[in-house]
Design a protein around this ligand. Structure first.
Ligand code: HEC
Length: 120
């Protein structure tokens, strides 16, 4: 776990020095940006290759899985909550507090990320 902590620290350090935080980015461009909403971008922790789990779980096929995560919660609602309130549901095997919260993203940007993830 110490290694994970160090890796997260390093990723955040690199992200805070990096550029590419474009307020107008949407969807896939936003997902793959090095810095997203002032924090390490999604791809620092998430791959979209099946089984390629990193600091966070692979998001391959998340569009089909999302709707099955929490009873009574739709895929879109689950994905939105995963971004705005990541600790509201923890993926098995992952710890609380690792995925950043408080992203400085507009509603339209969060919607565009949800739409991108729904198609994975
Ligand atoms: C510092 C690492 C980190 C970053 C950066 C990060 N995440 Fe995560 N994410 C995690 C971890 C760890 C989990 C698993 C724990 C949990 O469920 O909160 C997770 C969970 C998720 C889940 C739920 C996956 C599932 O299988 O149910 C989604 C969706 C997600 N992240 C999307 C994003 C998006 C979109 C971004 C960029 C805006 C992002 N993450 C940035 C670490 C990160």
């Amino acid at each position: 776990m110490r290694v994970v902590g160090l890796t997260v620290g390093l990723v955040l350090l690199i992200a805070s020095c990096g550029s590419g935080d474009e307020p107008g980015l949407l969807g896939e461009d936003l997902f793959t940006s090095i810095v997203v909403g002032g924090k390490a971008g999604c791809t620092a922790c998430h791959s979209i290759e099946p089984g390629a789990d990193g600091i966070g779980p692979s998001l391959a096929g998340i569009g089909s899985v999302a709707g099955t995560r929490v009873a009574g919660v739709t895929a879109g609602e689950y994905l939105r909550a995963s971004i705005t309130d990541p600790d509201s549901h923890l993926v098995e095997g992952y710890a609380t507090g690792v995925m950043p919260k408080g992203w400085k993203l507009s509603d339209a940007q969060i919607d565009s990320l949800v739409e991108y993830l729904l198609d994975l």
